[in-house]
Write a protein that binds this ligand. Structure first.
Ligand SMILES: [Fe+2]
Ligand SMILES: [Fe+2]
Length: 285
């Protein structure tokens, strides 16, 4: 990997998190869910992953342009499911790129919905491409379905060149904008903390006012993932991929083997969605 950043300094600029992979998001201080779009640049071609919502369009495109990428160099827009926080700006991006060769790439279960955002580009399915996309440079992206984590057509994208896995909502985390960090880089205390997942949405640990990163991860998965079976299956898929870095669409990037292993282990023991409601007897008529 190339000059990896050591801290969250410079978040006002696009940040190269691995060779040719740029985080083109921004620290969301408005109290909304933190979103992380990514741009892969190789040679004269670029691919935008989970490009963002309509209100975020101008900021994200400014970041894209700051990488030196020209709009017409973007060949594909990849959407790992169909929610508005990643798809809302599709018509704006299409209009800016304004290229007859631009393609939107997702999975057929998502494409029913993506047709309601996109106005001009062909919308392809990863299954029809053998779940592989090879850039003109030869760089290869592989796609792995993670059904119902959380959408029926959810999938993750693995960049073979760097070992980076774009996990979309998997490994996402809720809010905590004041203490949000681009890289999780959990310390010994955090990794050793063996508390069971608390119900308290604002549970703190360590310094006063700093939310527990595990709680933020638990809360997001409890709310967004529909059931334990789907999440367990997705985690098995990701363990087999064995990524060097996990770049989620929300929350913080995991870049150490220990952080990745701990997150997989803890999420694997969590009740989510309907199973969480059942286990806490929280279902009401
Ligand atoms: Fe989502
Ligand atoms: Fe999301």
């Amino acid at each position: 990997m190339s000059n990896l950043p050591n801290s969250d300094d410079g978040l006002d600029q696009p940040l190269e998190i691995a060779k040719g992979i740029y985080w083109v998001g921004f620290a969301d201080l408005r109290g909304r869910l933190q979103c992380n779009p990514y741009l892969i640049v190789d040679g004269d071609e670029a691919i935008l992953i989970d490009g963002g919502s309509r209100p975020d369009f101008s900021t994200i495109m400014r970041k894209v342009l700051q990488t030196g990428t020209k709009p017409h160099q973007i060949s594909h827009l990849i959407y790992q499911h169909y929610d508005p926080d990643l798809c809302g700006s599709i018509p704006n991006i299409e209009a800016l790129i304004d290229s007859p060769t631009l393609k939107v790439l997702s999975k057929h279960e998502n494409n029913h919905f993506i047709h309601h955002y996109s106005v001009q580009s062909p919308i392809l399915c990863i299954d029809d491409l053998g779940r592989t996309l090879t850039m003109r440079s030869g760089r290869t992206l592989r796609f792995f379905p993670t059904p119902y984590s959380h959408a029926a057509g959810s999938f993750v994208t693995f960049d073979e060149a760097t070992g980076v896995l774009f996990s979309s909502d998997l490994f996402g985390a809720t809010g905590a904008q004041s203490s949000w960090r681009l890289f999780a880089d959990l310390d010994e205390l955090c990794c050793a903390c063996d508390s069971t997942p608390p119900d308290d949405l604002e549970a703190e640990c360590g310094p006063v006012g700093v939310p527990c990163p595990w709680t933020l991860l638990y809360n997001f998965h409890r709310e967004v993932m529909p059931c334990n079976t789907a999440l367990r299956h997705a985690l098995t898929v990701i363990e087999k991929i064995a990524p060097r870095m996990i770049a989620p669409q929300h929350g913080s990037i995991l870049r150490s083997p220990r952080d990745i292993a701990e997150a997989i282990r803890r999420l694997g023991a969590l009740d989510v969605g309907i199973d969480s409601l059942m286990s806490r007897s929280a279902l009401t008529l």
